[in-house]
Design a protein around this ligand. Structure first.
Ligand SMILES: *Cc1c(COP(=O)(O)O)cnc(C)c1O
Ligand code: SF4
Length: 355
């Protein structure tokens, strides 16, 4: 069996196995299994190996180990927090597709993920049967084929790289033969949670259907292991570009220092920081969220300390399905007398005239 499949097969799915490394309170031992009934536990042995068992605030642990606070559901938290299935907006024209921006569509390839991230915005259907994914992807492909304004298809899920090579090949080949589809994007956490997935065969496959862009999700510098960097470099060496989206998570990476370190590591690995996502209002995830002002402040500091191309765009996915909006500090202000005040990265203010 290939190593990445072995990692998947040997993933930790029961709270008992976490106790090999993590000490839980009596209340946790009693209640965590029930929490895993709502959203199953899944951690690859590789990622489990990165957890610091002595530190209850370990940033890897907090992302994947269930937490008692997941039972607290706020009124404005939803099963579908960003309106992927919002019927009023007709965001899901056929099963398996979310089409929100005219030129690009999401195609759900699977409900399976490499690990289960506790803050996940799709946690209501990851690994569940209620997912907008069916074995029969024909309606989805027919929709893409007849909707000529779609120039990019984004494979999402679930994690598309949990599919076997031949399933992935079939999907890529079907997209590749549609003339108006010019680029394919794959959203995946596998390079972070199961880097073994980047086999020589996978690299060949993605190169064959070029241009394929890979978008991964490194959230913390501790995830940038030599192994993950070695495997992602195999793709980049062969011309498969990699972008990174980070989810801003309270108590995990919500500091300018951590994000500076992460983004520097990313550019050293030739991975381009793309988005910093404000966490979505999925059920039972309030303990991961933080005020937007805090994100804005962190971004202002990053703007000062990082090269422009190492600075991601901070964005909010507007609840109920209206799309992503960039959120940022306002560097420009027009005074009543018509003059403009511009703020420099170091905070100093300067008059500018656009007359
Ligand atoms: C995020 C998202 C995209 C991709 O948006 P980009 O800004 O191009 O990365 C496309 N479709 C849907 C439904 C999305 O949620
Ligand atoms: S990999 Fe993505 S879709 Fe899967 S559980 Fe994590 S955040 Fe959710």
């Amino acid at each position: 069996m290939e190593e990445w499949l072995e990692q998947d097969k040997n993933s930790i799915r029961a709270v008992d196995r976490l106790r090999e490394k993590i000490r839980f309170s009596d209340e946790e031992i009693e209640k965590l299994p029930g929490i895993c009934d709502l959203f199953p536990l899944k951690i690859t042995p590789y990622l489990f190996g990165l957890i610091d068992g002595d530190n209850s605030d370990c940033p890897i642990r907090r992302q994947v180990v269930p937490d008692l606070r997941e039972t607290i559901v706020r009124k404005d938290e939803l099963d579908d927090p960003i309106g992927d299935k919002n019927t009023d907006l007709n965001n899901q024209p056929v099963p398996g597709i979310t089409h929100r921006y005219p030129d690009r569509a999401l195609l759900y390839a699977t409900t399976v993920c490499g690990v289960h991230c506790r803050y996940c915005f799709r946690r209501s259907w990851i690994a569940q049967e209620t997912a907008p994914v069916s074995d029969d992807m024909k309606p989805a492909f027919d929709y893409i084929r007849r909707t000529k304004k779609i120039q990019e298809v984004i494979l999402s899920g679930g994690d598309p790289l949990t599919l076997a090579d031949d399933s992935l090949e079939t999907i890529l080949a079907r997209l590749f033969e549609i003339d108006h589809v010019k680029t394919i994007r794959i959203h995946t956490r596998m390079p972070v949670v199961n880097p073994y997935r980047i086999t020589g065969k996978l690299v060949d496959l993605l190169v064959r259907f070029s241009p394929v862009w890979l978008v991964t999700q490194f959230n913390h510098p501790r995830e940038m292991t030599p192994f993950a960097k070695e495997r992602t470099s195999r793709l980049i060496d062969r011309g498969v570009p990699i972008l990174n989206q980070t989810v801003l998570l309270r108590g995990i990476n919500d500091s300018a220092d951590i994000l500076e370190k992460l983004n520097r590591e990313l550019i050293q690995a030739r991975i381009k920081p793309y988005y910093l996502h404000h966490p979505d209002k999925a059920k039972g995830t309030a303990h991961f969220r933080l005020p937007l002002e805090r994100g804005i402040r962190i971004m202002r500091e990053l703007r000062r300390s990082l090269p422009g191309y190492a600075t991601p765009v901070y964005c909010l996915d507007i609840p109920s399905g209206h799309g992503k909006a960039p959120i940022q500090h306002n560097y420009m202000q027009r005074e009543k007398d018509g003059r403009i005040v511009i703020e420099a990265p170091n905070g100093s203010r300067h008059i500018y005239s656009d007359e």
